[in-house]
Design a protein around this ligand. Structure first.
Ligand code: C2O
Ligand code: CU
Length: 484
């Protein structure tokens, strides 16, 4: 309908996408299987992940070329408990090198799976670490410098759930796949049988699709049999920002953010997630009803052009929940969930400023052999991040969970008060973040901080930091492995 001669692309990017009313909800939502693990003699819980290429039938009779972990698209859900030693064997059966990063995980930099821990085609990598952070919904995905958007968009992503004493003792829905559902949201576009991953003209945000999938399922529905349903929302899209809510505008409770539980449940009717962010929400169902999780138009101060070109005018019907005629009763949500685990800024020893735009961070594009800053092990810092660009970005820091102390000149909105590792930055916004670096010092192994709009990351909106002991100076990152 939009094809008018040579103006096709221009007209196309100006049209808002909407799947409202057109999603048939004809496919049962797939639930990624829990990854099997075995206990090694040394007590470590061992998982195996194999990166593979394959074909996936998202639509009947049409097989799409995709990549996945242990299957053709996405990957199994890894699950471990605080205090456990985790060992993962990652094998790469793809035709090219990649890496696997544990997004949100607090772990030694050499195990982080960033662009310095490449796994060559045909090769393997075996990181291990001890889980030492609160229960949370984390995820894993490739991080090869310059091609992360492509690798994630082809299907390499999965969830990594952490449990602890607090999460296990609270009366929260936690029956995986039953009343506790992973909701991995991605936007996609097809051209014939294949994914169309091209970027539309004028869209400096990177890839934006024209429909969404959850857990690799198009127009999904899920039958539920409990009064309270916990949705672990993960925005695994490469660039798209969503404001999630329900089509009938019902309220839900936000119980967790990127790095774990909130101090108390927060009643909301919208929660905004930029790429990489997570939200755990609990929604109350009435017997026999249906409701639709919707990705609404953004109301984020994007301005006219970004509203258009960054997809802020688009609306997607994402997932339909169908309640059974009789529902298992669920206890009320507790009024207190956990105590704050992130620093409040009062003991920060240093304040740093980051100006981010498409040219890089503080004016410099990412360089693999340049360490941008060193932080002292055991100290807290305050980072002030300013988007001085005309387009939306976000900011993700590896290894830590931070607290958002301020947004622009005021306190953060309530939905940003839980532990975070990624935060949205609309044009001209500033966020003030407090974090503590208490991992092991390793002056030669950097962690990354970057924009999680993956094409921006690929273009160099990324920097590197190392954790050093007091008085130690940063070293040099290892040379790139051959073949990268
Ligand atoms: Cu989810 Cu540095 O990435
Ligand atoms: Cu960006």
């Amino acid at each position: 309908a939009l094809a008018i001669g040579g103006g096709v692309t221009l007209v196309y990017v100006n049209a808002a996408v909407s799947t409202v009313g057109s999603a048939e909800f004809s496919n049962e939502l797939a639930i990624p299987p829990l990854a099997p693990s075995r206990l090694r003699p040394d007590g470590a819980r061992e998982f195996e992940l194999e990166m593979r290429s394959g074909r996936t039938e998202f639509r009947p009779g049409q097989a799409t070329e995709t990549w996945g972990f242990n299957g053709s698209y996405l990957g199994p859900t890894l699950r471990a408990r605080r205090g456990e030693r985790v060992a993962v064997t990652v094998r790469n059966q793809l035709p090219e090198a990649s890496s696997v990063h544990w997004h949100g995980m607090h772990l030694p930099a050499a195990m982080d799976g960033g662009p310095h821990q490449m796994v060559q085609a045909g090769g393997a990598w075996s990181p291990q670490w001890t889980v030492d952070q609160p229960a949370a919904t984390l995820w894993y995905h490739p991080h090869p410098h310059g091609v992360t958007e492509k690798h994630v968009q082809r299907g390499l992503a999965g969830m990594f759930l952490l449990d602890d004493e607090v999460s296990e003792s609270l009366p929260l829905p936690r029956n995986y796949g039953v009343d506790d559902l992973p909701v991995i949201v991605q936007d996609v576009k097809f051209r014939g049988a294949e994914f169309d991953s091209s970027h539309a003209m004028f869209r400096d945000t990177g890839f934006l699709g024209d429909r969404t999938m959850v857990n690799g399922t198009l127009t999904p529905y899920r039958e539920v049999g409990d009064e309270l349903i916990r949705l672990r929302l993960l925005n695994a899209s490469t660039a798209r920002i969503y404001t999630f809510g329900f089509a009938d505008e019902r309220q839900f409770s936000l119980i967790g953010t990127d790095g774990g539980l909130m101090e108390r449940p927060l009643a909301l009717d919208r929660v905004q997630l930029s790429p990489g962010e997570r939200a755990e929400i609990v929604v109350r169902m009435r017997a026999g009803e249906r409701t639709v999780l919707r990705g609404n138009k953004l109301d984020a101060g994007l301005g006219f052009w970004n509203q258009r070109f960054a997809g802020g005018d688009d609306t997607f019907d994402i997932l339909q929940l169908r309640a059974a005629e009789t529902l298992r009763p669920a206890p009320e949500l507790p009024s207190v969930l956990t105590r704050a685990s992130t620093p409040d800024g009062s003991d920060s020893v240093r304040e740093r400023r980051f100006d981010i735009n498409l040219a890089g961070i503080n004016g410099k594009p990412m360089a693999m052999d340049r360490i941008d800053l060193a932080v002292t092990r055991g100290t807290a810092e305050t980072w002030i991040v300013h988007n001085n660009d005309g387009m939306p970005h976000n900011f993700h820091i590896h290894d830590v969970q931070f607290r958002v102390l301020a947004r622009n000149d005021g306190p953060p909105p309530a939905e940003l008060t839980g532990p975070k590792d990624t935060v949205f930055l609309p044009p001209n916004a500033t966020v003030t973040l407090a974090m503590r670096f208490d991992g092991p010092a390793d002056p030669n192994s950097p962690y990354m901080y970057h924009c999680h709009l993956l094409w921006h990351e690929d273009q160099g909106m990324m920097g590197q930091f190392v954790v050093v002991d007091a008085g130690q100076s940063p070293g040099t990152p290892p040379p790139m492995p051959p073949g990268h």
